[in-house]
Design a protein around this ligand. Structure first.
Ligand SMILES: Cc1cc2nc3c(=O)[nH]c(=O)nc-3n(C[C@H](O)[C@H](O)[C@H](O)COP(=O)(O)O)c2cc1C
Length: 368
């Protein structure tokens, strides 16, 4: 095979692998890890085959185009190094022994590096194409690359949030520093998990707001509730409805919308906790349609909240606390809670320290 044909073949395989890896949220984890290793091995080969880049790096004059090309290549290399390291930290099959700073959010870093690499790859390819293609065709290509890069920047976090299966080690994720809270503590939570009949084949379950520890599915709000209980002690209670929610994530969102529009809270499973036994209540819930899920509103309406310290902890897909604090005020017939925390759904596996820091401010837990 001629040298240039071999190079082109290698580059084509690299491109295919790169896009296959970008869609890694749709692949089984072991396949994503193996293809990632293959991609990095072929990138090394690509660099060996293009060694003139290094041997001529400081040779000759630097036109603006050459400068831009070299900068994009260096930044692309940096993003690949971050991708590789974060991928190894997240790896469960090929590098389970590899770990680095455990407080870093390696998932967000991996996703950010993938988006950065995508954009830089387009820049690199365009600058390369500029040597051979001119005029309208080049601008057509540049426009397409721009649209694809924008789709990657905005679409990948979305796909990652809704389709990525997050594998965690529950006990490791929830363990951390203990904080002494004055008063008797109850953590109440509502989560999609626990209110949905997921199939017993855990690997067939995908969709947003689901984490997995081998054969256990854990909801986002549920994981935060476990973290809170580990940090603050006390009791824990899961709000459960008599009905179940659809397994399909999209269908659940529609059901949540119907409930909100009807204004009726679904019937809750009993027995409910005896609230007179508690002073501080952490209320963990997901933001639903920018507000409180109806089952949580229904739960709050069961009690007299006078003299209780109610601390909402909200998990969300980007909407923060939305209008849910006002909904808590309405449902509890008290004032808007002053102390609350919101946690973005992708940040949950790394949120334990954030919870400790939040709890450490004891002024939050003095009676109103
Ligand atoms: C019915 C429904 C409505 C949602 N509405 C919003 C929303 O308005 N804003 C937002 O940021 N996230 C929204 N989300 C995303 C959830 O708040 C987020 O995925 C949360 O972490 C899920 O927690 P869970 O796994 O404990 O159910 C919605 C999810 C569902 C199921």
């Amino acid at each position: 095979m001629r040298k240039t044909t071999a190079k082109k073949l290698l580059d084509s395989i690299l491109l295919c692998l790169f896009f296959a890896e970008l869609g890694g949220m749709f692949l089984p984890h072991p396949v994503h890890e193996v293809l990632g290793c293959l991609f990095i091995a072929l990138i090394v080969l690509h660099n060996i085959k293009n060694h003139y880049f290094y041997t001529h790096f400081l040779v000759g004059t630097y036109s603006p185009l050459r400068l831009a090309n070299n900068i994009s290549i260096i930044l692309f290399a940096v993003s690949l190094i971050i991708l590789t390291l974060s991928g190894m930290v997240l790896s469960q099959y090929l590098f389970p022994w590899f770990s680095l700073a455990s407080t870093w959010n390696w998932r967000s870093l991996h996703l950010g590096a993938a988006i950065g690499a995508l954009v830089l790859l387009f820049v690199h390819l365009l600058l390369h194409a500029r040597r051979y293609i001119h005029g309208r065709v080049f601008f057509g290509l540049a426009g397409t690359a721009f649209v694809l890069a924008a789709a990657g920047i905005f679409g990948m976090p979305y796909l990652d949030r809704w389709y990525h299966q997050v594998n965690v080690e529950k006990n490791a994720v929830i363990a951390g520093d203990k904080v002494s809270i004055p008063g008797r503590v109850l953590t109440v939570y509502f989560s999609r998990v626990g209110n949905t009949n997921f199939p017993s084949d855990v690997d067939a379950v995908s969709g947003a707001s689901i984490m997995k520890d081998r054969h256990e599915i854990i909801g986002n709000a549920e994981m935060i509730a476990y973290m809170l209980q580990d940090a603050a002690g006390g009791d824990i209670f899961a709000i459960q409805t008599e009905k179940t929610y659809p397994v399909d994530y999209g269908e659940t969102t529609k059901e949540g919308k119907r409930e909100r529009e009807s204004g009726k809270a679904p019937t809750l499973k009993r027995p409910l906790p005896q609230m007179e036994n508690y002073d501080v209540i952490f209320l963990v819930y997901p933001l639903w349609w920018n507000t409180l899920p109806m089952p949580v509103a229904g739960f709050l309406k069961q009690y007299d909240w006078t003299g209780k310290i109610l601390v909402p902890i909200v998990t969300h897909g980007g909407g923060g606390t939305g209008e849910s604090l006002e909904a808590v005020r309405k449902a509890t017939q008290t004032k808007i809670p002053e102390n609350y925390l919101d946690i973005y759904s992708s940040d949950i596996p790394a949120a334990r320290q954030k919870i400790t820091d939040f709890l450490n401010d004891s002024s939050k837990f003095s009676a109103p």
